[in-house]
Design a protein around this ligand. Structure first.
Ligand SMILES: *Cc1c(COP(=O)(O)O)cnc(C)c1O
Length: 455
């Protein structure tokens, strides 16, 4: 067999031209979204005031395996895809491990993460529907940045509700969004009814994702020609992110590499869901026995310490109910610098796969994540995002286990983005000021008690 190159790229002909819908292979389908009033499954017409039509079809489609990627999206993907699958030779050497480590690097675009893969798709369908603009929320700002780029490409207005603490602490991300023409409002704000209510009840609040979602949905449903878009959790987002997994599958096949372990960080589950999609199909069909590991922060442990139940997606309880591994919609994690991993719930698809025992999950502490990030940066060159570094941490742990057993396992992990806007977090780490707060069982029970009761 040929020596495996440092980076495995695909030619234009080898690039996927359809997304893969992992729900089509699942024996137990993910639970449907429920109407928060009636607790009946949401119908397409009920979702239509909130979401774009074509995206609703994708959201509700549990059966179609491959969904063709429209040419305009393929053209946009060509600007920054394929993303490289890198053989981490330098990391392997530094760890002195017999394991073969690969990472799929999604940070090679201006938004700095995988989120652009779905942002461009969602902006495209909004444009095709003849809409004027879209609204969304952003926490740390990666999704807002990706969506701003996508909207400016298709000439759509983009209104972003940014969690207030990030708006104030991450002025550079905010300015990147404004370069791409987005209108960025700190949340909670006085521009919405729900924002006014939250501010009246909690005057000093620095905001949360759940609250920003409520504001963005309110603006979308009350402004003609607008819809709401979301950067993770939803089935449609995992569908778009399958481009990551399909490219990885094609690249590995070129060199007859079979992955033994696939690792990804999990916030709402979109990058991991996308990365594993084709491999999960093979696993369900009994053709592959790859271990799949989701990595989450110990401060926000939805999979490892949450419950599998219907819950609200937002603080204002205006969104449909989703069945997922959740900590409760009021749960606000302690200061953790991986902003993209702070959501209280998890994709319904991944939640079902986890419940079915088809994947594993581990929670890791923040300082150990930054130690792994730095180890990686020093040998592989890339400055990783704190979110992505959760996957690095577990990839290194698994590679060290291989060192003990002498096994040359193939470990593949998702390197979702770069950390240039996270240097305050790195500064805290370097100054020894980083804390690892892990919620107690009693604290988690308080939020669990507030889960909606579904009859
Ligand atoms: C948003 C984000 C994540 C987490 O989101 P998922 O939907 O779980 O993939 C991970 N890494 C980066 C760099 C992000 O921006």
């Amino acid at each position: 067999m040929n020596e495996i190159p440092y980076k495995i790229y695909l030619t234009e002909e080898e690039m996927p031209n359809a997304w893969y819908n992992v729900r089509s292979a699942m024996k137990n389908k993910p639970a449907p979204l429920l109407n928060p009033g009636t607790h009946e499954p949401m119908k397409a017409e009920e979702l239509a005031p909130v979401f774009c039509e074509e995206l609703i079809k994708q959201e509700l489609d549990n059966d179609t395996a491959f969904i063709p990627i429209p040419q305009e999206i393929l053209d946009f993907y060509k600007m920054y895809r394929p993303s490289p699958l890198v053989r981490a030779y330098c990391l392997e050497k530094a760890l002195d491990t017999p394991a073969h480590i690969y990472y799929k690097f999604e940070g090679n675009n201006t938004s700095g993460s995988h989120k652009l893969n779905s942002a461009i798709a969602q902006a495209y369908y909004a444009k095709m529907q003849g809409l004027k603009g879209v609204t969304t929320e952003t926490g740390a700002g990666q999704w807002g940045t990706a969506l701003s780029m996508a909207c400016s490409y298709f000439g759509l207005d983009c209104k972003v509700y940014m969690v207030k603490v990030s708006y104030e602490q991450k002025p550079f991300r905010r300015e990147v969004m404004r370069v791409y023409g987005a209108d960025v409002t700190p949340s909670p704000s006085m521009t919405t009814k729900i924002g006014q209510k939250i501010l009246a009840e909690h005057p000093g609040t620095t905001g949360s994702l759940g609250c920003a979602i409520s504001e963005a949905v309110e603006v979308a449903t009350s402004t003609p020609g607008y819809r709401y878009v979301l950067g993770s959790v939803l089935n449609q987002v995992l569908l778009h992110q399958s481009i990551i997994g399909l490219e990885t599958e094609a690249a590995l096949k070129k060199y007859d590499i079979v992955p033994d372990i696939i690792i990804g960080c999990a916030g709402g589950g979109s990058n991991l869901g996308g990365l594993i999609s084709p491999f999960m199909r093979d696993k369900i069909e009994g053709k592959l026995d790859t271990r799949i590991i989701a990595v989450e922060p110990a401060s926000c442990p939805s999979f490892t310490r949450g419950v599998y139940a219907y819950d609200f997606c937002d603080t204002g309880m205006v969104c449909p109910l989703a069945k997922m591994y959740t900590l409760g919609s009021d749960f606000i994690p302690s200061a953790n610098h991986a902003g993209g991993l702070r959501y209280h719930g998890m994709s319904s698809i991944l939640s079902q796969l986890y419940d079915d025992g088809l994947m594993e999950a581990v929670a890791v502490e923040q300082t150990s994540v930054f130690e792994a990030a730095e180890k990686f940066a020093r040998v592989e060159g890339i400055l990783p995002a704190p979110e992505s570094s959760h996957a690095i941490k577990v990839a290194i742990d698994e590679a060290m286990k291989c060192k003990e057993t002498g096994e040359a396992k193939n470990i593949v992990f998702g390197l979702t983005g770069t950390g240039y806007f996270d240097l305050v977090a790195y500064e805290k780490f370097h100054n020894g000021e980083m804390t690892d707060y892990i919620p107690t069982d009693d604290e988690l029970a308080v939020f669990r008690a507030k889960l909606p009761v579904i009859g």
